[in-house]
Design a protein. Structure first.
Length: 98
């Protein structure tokens, strides 16, 4: 058996608290920054590339190319579902007072 250390939730003796929720790791941040520089530096050429893709493969292929590139430049938003009690519909009550 190897030397194994087990940490328990809330253990203050571990190496540190870790990365705060929502903070990107360095590699992800660097990749997004590199893609942003590429897009910004080639914005004028990007239209020509998309026009070529559209001519050769159709408009849908050009839109997909742009969408794929944009996905790494602008982060996707998380989807949220709001439900009422027991996963039922949300009930909204408005009280009118004069």
């Amino acid at each position: 058996m190897g030397n194994q250390t087990q940490f328990k939730k809330g253990d203050k003796n571990c190496a540190g608290p870790g990365r705060p929720k929502g903070l990107q790791n360095k590699a992800t941040g660097a990749a997004r920054e590199a893609i942003a520089r590429f897009v910004d530096g080639n914005a004028d050429r990007l239209q020509g590339w998309l026009d070529t893709v559209a001519e050769e493969q159709g408009a849908l292929a050009a839109i997909r190319c742009f969408n794929d590139l944009l996905e790494y430049h602008v982060p996707k938003l998380a989807r949220h579902t709001i439900t009422g009690a027991d996963d039922g519909p949300v009930q909204l009550t408005i009280k009118w007072t004069e």
